[in-house]
Design a protein around this ligand. Structure first.
Ligand code: GLV
Ligand code: MN
Ligand code: MN
Length: 413
């Protein structure tokens, strides 16, 4: 058969995405499938069932990463891999992560039903805890698999209720027997929604990022002095929330101060005891700094850190700072990025060479093997929200680009 004519089944891809979107569906059309939750387990169970239906050999490793392997005609060659994640943000969308997993599954189904043989074996993967929202940091399981993060460090991470990653992994039945340790990989492609406004703004169908920004995460803990809000004079208060408020605005101003090329965000905050008539005495908040330039991001942090310490000292709210995670920027393999652009052109889709501001497991895979990503437009540039949406025709287009990138790469010598 002329493989250049081969196409994935867009209707089947849509049905798979719709089935997955029922797991953890939220009232406003999104999904909440936090990592290692009951919903994550249900999505994994369905995914594994679908892998087995097309005769893929399923392996689950000690981080709960799920792999499905399709043999190659030269089966001892390193596999070509593709996948993403099935976990979501709280009140997240129906496409982030799951599109890359269902897209790769749709490619595998297409190869299976057409009895296509490839030289290299092919593997599909669902990485555990890409989001890092329940357990920081993000992309932790591709990080362990790649040999960058420690397994026991990951197991010991706790969520806001004190539950441990390792215990939750066992609880949902996905602590597998295989070691979470990299093997030689020929190439990795991750298919994903863009999560930003560029493709839609420029009316392009396919995005080929040249790489991913660095992600630097910090956790800030402030201690104040609680007291009755009525009788306590304004002078002399040690209000941890007011200190945090100043710090949040300092974070928001940081990119301007650094002359751009950076984004900085406080996205999560806990305030104690969180009562309207008690002066807050304990605040935790997060800082997320991203840039293409790691040194620039670190320099920005050094400036911000001094500001945070100054604010804490002035307000009498002792500060503890954890430098939680630094994932360096990931410049992808130019040959594969070009292949994504070329393949889009061959299939008749417009394309854009761009950059990924969102983090992806492709960042850690980039440290293991040649890596690239395929993006499709996010309607309104919205993501990590319930209204996150992508046209079905674009979902199909991206999966066709993935199919042909994988076919070309899996036949390489
Ligand atoms: C992952 O979703 C990230 O970009 O934070
Ligand atoms: Mn994602
Ligand atoms: Mn995400």
């Amino acid at each position: 058969m002329d493989l250049s004519k081969l196409r994935i089944n867009g209707a089947r891809l849509r049905t798979s995405l719709e089935e997955m979107a029922k797991i953890g569906a939220t009232p406003n059309g999104g999904v909440q499938r936090l990592t290692l939750s009951d919903e994550d387990k249900r999505a994994r169970d369905l995914f594994v069932k679908w892998l087995k239906e097309i005769d893929l050999a399923v392996t689950i490793d000690e981080m709960g990463n799920i792999f499905g392997r399709r043999p190659g005609t030269e089966d001892n060659l390193p596999p070509v891999m593709s996948g993403s994640h099935v976990d979501s943000q709280p009140k997240g969308g129906r496409f982030d992560g799951i599109l890359g997993v269902m897209g790769a599954l749709e490619v595998m189904r297409t190869l299976h039903e057409n009895k296509v043989k490839t030289r290299h074996p092919m593997m599909i993967v669902d990485w555990t805890n890409e989001e890092g929202s329940r357990f920081a940091p993000a992309m932790v399981s591709s990080g362990v698999w790649a040999g960058v993060l420690e397994r026991d460090y990951a197991y010991g991470r706790t969520d806001i209720n004190g539950k441990k990653f390792g215990e939750e992994l066992v609880r949902i039945g996905y602590k597998g027997p295989a070691p979470a340790a990299k093997w030689p990989v020929h190439a990795y492609y991750e298919y994903h929604i863009e999560q930003g406004p560029m493709l839609e703004g420029q009316k392009k169908t396919i995005g080929a990022p040249k790489g991913i920004l660095c992600l630097h995460w910090y956790d800030i803990y402030l201690t104040g002095e609680a007291n009755q809000v009525g009788p306590t004079p304004m002078e002399g208060r040690h209000d941890a929330l007011c200190a945090a408020a100043e710090m949040i605005l300092a974070t928001n101003r940081l990119p301007d101060r650094m002359g751009g090329n950076i984004v900085a965000t406080v996205g999560e905050i806990q305030n104690k005891p969180n009562s309207r008539n008690i002066i807050p005495d304990g605040v935790h908040f997060t800082v997320d700094i991203r840039s293409w330039d790691d040194d620039h991001a670190i320099k920005a942090w050094e400036h911000l850190k001094i500001d945070l310490q100054e604010i804490a000292a002035r307000r009498g709210t002792p500060i503890r700072i954890d430098e939680t995670w630094r994932c360096p920027h990931a410049p992808f393999a130019e040959r594969l990025v070009q292949r994504v652009l070329d393949t889009a052109g061959e299939l008749g889709y417009s394309s854009l060479h761009m950059v990924s501001g969102a983090g992806h497991d492709a960042s850690y895979m980039n440290q293991v093997c040649p890596t690239a990503m395929i993006f499709v437009p996010s309607i309104g540039g919205r993501s990590h929200v319930e209204v996150e949406n992508t046209a079905w025709s674009d979902c199909e287009a991206g999966a066709n680009v993935l199919l042909h990138c994988l076919l070309k790469t899996a036949d390489e010598h």
